[in-house]
Each structure stands twice: as structure tokens, then as C-alpha cells.
Design a protein around this ligand. Structure first.
Ligand SMILES: C[S@@+](CC[C@H](N)C(=O)[O-])C[C@H]1O[C@@H](n2cnc3c(N)ncnc32)[C@H](O)[C@@H]1O
Length: 268
């Protein structure tokens, strides 16, 4: 078992303001597939663990009776509460982390974790969730990835730039190391060992503005970490994207994936 990445509750403080603009959205089609696969009928409870700016809890809000969105970073919760205000009255936003999961939170049909499982002590989190998830319930890990099946001229140099400036981050080094266990392997050793992967691939228009906000949404590329090198990175990104964009827009192919993990024997 690989050691967990050290827990820093405010790791995403300065990223919060840029997160929704910078990160690819999850496909609405994927949300529907997961909701149906997990038998959500409008009455169950949902846990959004590491909710960040709350995209997942908002997307699931019409599929559940109530949701609890937990995150250790107050700025993320502020953005999340703003996103849900008036349209997701059944979602409660609360400060907390995987280390606060306890039966006092009640029972849930589904726990969703988007782009955040790697920040947790994964085995400990799954053991805690085992006490909270209903017998027929599930844990679903959400992620997005950029698909590189077709040549996109700006993509490789864009990623090379992000990698060049992010590579010294100790948390990133730990996660990219050869001995870092995959989420699948960690789940396979947990109570939630029955896995189903669902993914949707879409070509999307993306603005230069959004691709410029993407580095600012990443904890490995903060000003605190890079100082003046952040401005250098942003200038290099602007130069690269402007050379390829048409009226400030580019295309990218995004794969939105959910890894649904159930207990062996639970009905899908
Ligand atoms: C990359 S953001 C993901 C936000 C959102 N869930 C999404 O799908 O885009 C990771 C979030 O995990 C939170 N986080 C970090 N460590 C955590 C932990 N141990 N338990 C719960 N959340 C944690 C961070 O504060 C951050 O908001």
C-alpha cells in the first residue's frame, strides 16, 4: 500500500476562484448514467466528498432527496454554496474531510468523489465509507482526461508546459511515481471491490480563457509555489494558445469517467 499524500486542508485555497473556469466539466450524460446505474430515485442521500466548487453535488441534486457536500477548504465551499444557491436547496455544504467521516453523518446511497480520491488516505476513506454506505449503495470516483486519439497541434506543447512547471511539486512526484498504487488496486482490496467503469467522450469547444485558467486551478502551479515563474508560465501559455486559436476558441476531446465501486454481491 503506498503512503497517502500528506493532508494539507487548505492546499486548494488559491485555486478555488479559478477551478470552475479552468477544469473540464463532467459530461451531463455521465451523471445520468451513474444516477441510473446506482438506482437513484429522488429520495436517497448523496455524499460529495472533496466537493471542491460543488459541480457533482449540483449535478446530482435532482436525482437525490438530500446531499451533503464536504470539503476541508472554506474557499471551495464558498464557491460551491454560490453555485448551488437557489437551484440545489437539498444540498448542505459543510467543512470536513475524509478524516471526519463517521456514522454520525448518517447513511448514504452513493458517495461521489471527483478528482479528489488521491488526496485522501484511500484505504482509510473506503473503510470509513463502508460504515456509511447502504448495502446496495456505491462509491463513484469521477475524473476527466484529455483524449489524444487525434493530433491536436497545441495539446502536446500545452501539457509539456504545465508539466515543466508542476514537476517539482512533492505531491505530484509521489502520485506519478512507479510505486503509486492505482485507484483500481486500492478499491480491489476494499469492501467496494466490484468495479464498473462508465465513460463518455466528447469533442468540446474550449476558450483560451479557460485553458489559461486551468494552471491556476492546479495545486501544483500556485503562486506560493512558483513565485514569478507563474507569470512566465502564463505568458508562454498565452503565446502558444493565441497561435492556434480562432477568435479565442480551440477544440479539445474530453473523456469523463466514473469508476463505480460496489460491494461484491450488491445489485447493479
Ligand atoms: C481537485 S479538487 C476536486 C473538486 C471537485 N470534486 C471536482 O470533481 O472537480 C480536490 C478537492 O479535494 C479536497 N480535499 C483534499 N484533501 C481532502 C480530504 N482528505 N478529504 C476531502 N476532501 C479533500 C480539496 O480541498 C479540493 O477541494
Amino acid at each position: 500500500m503506498t503512503a497517502p499524500i500528506p493532508f494539507i486542508p487548505d492546499r486548494f485555497k488559491t485555486n478555488a476562484a479559478h477551478y470552475l473556469a479552468g477544469r473540464p466539466a463532467y459530461s451531463p450524460q455521465l451523471i445520468r448514467r451513474v444516477a441510473q446505474a446506482c438506482g437513484l430515485s429522488g429520495s436517497h442521500r448523496l455524499l460529495d466528498l472533496g466537493c471542491g466548487p460543488g459541480q457533482l453535488s449540483l449535478a446530482f441534486s435532482s436525482w437525490v432527496g438530500a446531499g451533503l457536500a464536504l470539503d476541508p477548504e472554506a474557499e471551495m465551499l464558498r464557491v460551491a454554496a454560490g453555485l448551488g444557491a437557489g437551484i440545489a436547496p437539498n444540498i448542505e455544504y459543510r467543512e470536513g474531510s475524509s478524516y471526519d467521516l463517521s456514522p454520525a453523518l448518517g447513511r448514504f446511497r452513493l458517495a461521489v468523489i471527483g478528482r479528489a480520491f488521491h488526496w485522501m488516505d484511500r484505504a482509510d476513506t473506503l473503510a470509513r465509507l463502508d460504515a456509511l454506505i447502504e448495502p446496495e449503495g456505491a462509491v463513484a470516483l469521477f475524473s476527466t482526461a484529455i483524449v489524444t486519439d487525434a493530433p491536436i497541434a497545441w495539446l502536446a506543447p500545452y501539457h509539456a508546459l504545465l508539466e515543466e512547471y508542476a514537476q517539482s511539486d512533492p505531491a505530484r512526484l509521489q502520485r506519478k511515481a512507479d510505486d503509486w498504487e492505482s485507484h483500481d488496486a486500492v478499491l480491489a482490496k476494499s469492501a467496494f471491490a466490484a468495479l464498473e467503469r462508465v465513460s463518455i467522450v466528447e469533442t468540446r469547444r474550449v476558450s483560451v480563457e479557460s485553458l489559461s485558467a486551468r494552471p491556476l486551478s492546479m495545486s501544483s502551479l500556485t503562486r506560493e509555489r512558483l513565485g514569478g515563474r507563474l507569470d512566465e508560465l502564463l505568458a508562454r501559455i498565452a503565446e502558444l494558445l493565441d497561435a492556434h486559436a480562432t477568435d479565442g476558441w480551440l477544440d479539445e476531446r474530453i473523456e469523463s469517467t466514473a469508476l463505480i465501486a460496489r460491494r461484491a454481491g450488491a445489485r447493479s
